[in-house]
Design a protein around this ligand. Structure first.
Ligand code: HOZ
Length: 429
């Protein structure tokens, strides 16, 4: 493959944009080489500026669950755009999307729309603090909840990819209110809660992680976490920015059968446009301004284009829930094929999967938390990533990310992906 134009565009971008990108993972620093500049995309494929076609396994990091340029979303956005792009005033479509989203997820009564997952998580924590009157939060090493200050403590995703899980610029004052726990380790959480009795407002977690690769929670860990939060008056926040409306209509709450107190959404709920949201029971949500004292606002919140994209996307998922099953089956097929090829070539690896989220770690130990995820061999990962890219398969350019399958991927695409791995695997030794 030739990346001449991507390379030239990247050189130019670096003159004007820090690192040449507007979000660090895209810069390919973890894997080396030149980031691919996308020209357009349709269905399961990306078309880059050099004319290469790539099978896409990131789907804009999750939201394009039905593939790129999904017709109903495009039609809805075009129609809305003709009627005005932003008002900073209420519109009916906000209530329509709120009603539909709440009807799809268990346990939630009111929802507030924002512009990104970062905003959703930041606002959810503020709400939890305002509701409980307590300051501290617990987050898990390797989980990533966007880039607001409280979360950049041992954060996953780009933060760890670039070696800055604790970002400069986050004050000591903020950092001291974020306590760090080990994913899948209930005893560790219990110890932290006991040591900070009556001071913890919320525990925030990716119920199935994507930002240290895909990690599935141990059942007793999740049920124990729920019980602990209820007993201690701590709000359990599920960050469902990646899992919401992807794993099932009701997201991780539904598939894990755990009721969270606050849930944050992003990505899918905007159908690929910038939307995030947080939801809870009315008793909690009524603490938000203007009903209550917890402040949060935004001119672009509930933006009509974003709402119309979200409404079209959620309507499609609501009307065809078999998509979740079909996506899971495709991902299981990929999982089985990759495992078989890597085993046959004697490449040490772990594959974690839940529903349509999957990741490969080149390590001997099971990947169950950040420490085990970080043991993955990054040199092997680099060879794997670039080998697959050369064969026309676009994977997340960091081992600390999940793949997201979209339903436009055909079994022929998956077979092409497995054929690529078959060719690449001998070079991974
Ligand atoms: N941090 C995002 C994935 N976990 C990547 C965002 C992006 O580069 O678009």
């Amino acid at each position: 493959m030739i990346y001449q134009r991507s390379s030239a565009l990247f050189t130019e971008a670096q003159l004007y944009i820090p690192g040449g990108v507007n979000s660090p993972v895209r810069a390919f620093k973890a894997v080396g080489g030149t980031p691919i500049f996308v020209k357009e995309a349709k269905g399961a494929y990306l078309y880059d500026e050099d004319g290469n076609r790539l099978i896409d396994f990131i789907a804009s990091w999750g939201p394009l669950i039905l593939g790129h340029a999904f017709e109903p979303v495009i039609a809805a956005v075009i129609d809305k755009a003709k009627k005005g792009t932003s008002f900073g005033m209420p519109t009916e479509i906000e209530t329509q999307l709120a009603k539909l989203a709440l009807s799809m997820v268990p346990n939630m009564e009111k929802i507030r729309f924002v512009n990104s997952g970062t905003e959703a998580c930041m606002s959810a924590v503020r709400l939890a603090r305002g509701y409980t009157g307590k300051d501290k939060i617990i987050k898990f090493a390797g989980c990533y909840h966007g880039h607001s200050d409280s979360f950049l403590i041992q954060a996953g995703s780009g933060a760890v990819t670039f070696g800055t899980p604790n970002s400069p610029g986050v004050t000591q004052g903020t950092a001291k209110d974020t306590l760090l726990a080990t994913y899948n380790d209930l005893e560790n959480v219990k110890e932290l809660v006991a040591a900070n009795k009556d001071q913890i407002a919320a525990i925030i977690i990716e119920p199935i992680t994507g930002n240290m690769g895909c990690i599935v929670p141990i059942k007793s860990f999740m049920t124990g976490l729920r019980k602990l939060c209820t007993e201690e008056g701590i709000l359990l926040i599920f960050d469902e920015v990646m899992t919401g409306f992807r794993l099932a209509k009701g997201g991780a709450q539904e598939v894990l059968d755990i009721a969270a107190d606050i849930v944050t959404y992003g990505k899918v709920i905007g159908g690929g446009l910038p939307v995030g949201a947080f939801a809870a029971k009315s008793e909690i949500m009524n603490h938000m301004a203007p009903d209550g004292p917890v402040y949060q606002a935004g001119t672009l919140s509930g933006n009509p284009l974003a709402m119309s994209a979200g409404l079209a996307m959620l309507t499609a998922l609501n009307n065809a829930p078999e998509i979740f099953q079909s996506l899971e089956e495709k991902t299981a097929y990929l999982h089985q094929g990759m495992d078989e090829i890597l085993n046959r070539h004697q490449i040490t690896h772990q594959i974690n999967r839940y529903g349509s989220m999957i990741s490969v770690h080149f390590t001997e130990e099971p990947v169950i938390d950040f420490a085990s995820s970080a043991k993955g061999n990054n040199d092997t990962f680099k060879k794997y990533f670039h080998g697959m890219l050369k064969k026309g398969v676009y994977l997340p350019p960091s081992a600390f990310e999940s793949y997201f399958l979209n339903d436009a991927l055909s079994y022929a695409d998956l077979d092409d992906t497995l054929a690529a791995l078959e060719a690449v695997a001998p070079r991974l030794k």
